[in-house]
Design a protein around this ligand. Structure first.
Ligand code: B4P
Length: 190
């Protein structure tokens, strides 16, 4: 199975390239952001817990996110592969993902990090706010907080995957097609 962790700051193209990977390699897509937003839309207890945290650009609790992923993984262990988009976001989540996969005799094939300059992230998210209706895209202070939270709490996971020799850095600047070609090259060389 091809199990990819697509990693990078908010606005780096994780959602965009996950969709393309799903199509090319017939993978199952897990976006914790999308799952949380659908819980909010359905006004579930989980969604209500997550909403105020997400609107501020902070991270939802590890326990909540890990519990949410547990069933999703076991229900899809017989597929072609999985693409994790926006998960893990903390070292605790990374360790939990390894454990959840191991329980199903699976493992991460590679962690692919999309490397994008801060200025470009802000430009992309502000542009997306014109159509996304997302509170966390609409305010420059929240966008900046999300990038700071990423640098502080999420970026350290790169070390976790480097130690496992699973870390792959991809230049995330340029056109979507060029970036996708770089991602595919990494996967073909795994
Ligand atoms: P996410 O939904 O994961 O949001 P994101 O990081 O902003 O999205 P993404 O990075 O996928 O966007 P993309 O680049 O594709 O998380 C939202 C919130 O949910 C978090 O802040 C947190 O509160 C919570 N959350 C989610 N997962 C969690 C977890 N595991 N633990 C705790 N909390 C969690 O797209 C950005 C825009 O750029 C798009 O409009 C796209 O069209 C455009 N774009 C992409 N590539 C481009 C390119 N090459 N050129 C120009 N534009 C491009």
């Amino acid at each position: 199975m091809l199990n990819i962790v697509l990693f990078g700051p908010p606005g780096s193209g994780k959602g965009t390239h996950s969709a393309k990977l799903v199509e090319k390699y017939n993978l199952v897509h897990f976006s914790t952001g999308d799952i949380l937003r659908s819980e909010i839309a359905a006004q579930t207890e989980l969604g209500m817990l997550a909403k105020s945290v997400m609107d501020k650009g902070e991270l939802v609790s590890d326990k909540l996110v890990i519990d949410m992923m547990r069933n999703k993984i076991s229900q899809n262990k017989d597929k072609n592969g999985l693409v994790f988009d926006g998960f893990p976001r903390t070292t605790e989540q990374a360790a939990a993902l390894d454990k959840l996969l191991a329980e199903n005799n699976l493992s991460v094939s590679a962690m692919i990090m999309l490397d994008v300059e801060r200025e470009e992230l802000v430009t992309r998210l502000q542009k997306r706010s014109e159509t996304s209706g997302r509170a966390d895209d609409a305010d420059i202070r929240i966008i900046n907080n999300r990038i700071d939270v990423y640098n502080r709490q999420t970026l350290p996971i790169a070390e976790y995957y480097k130690k496992q020799n699973k870390f792959q850095n991809v230049n995330g600047m340029g056109s979507i097609d060029d970036i996708f070609d770089r991602i595919v090259k990494v996967i073909e060389n795994l």
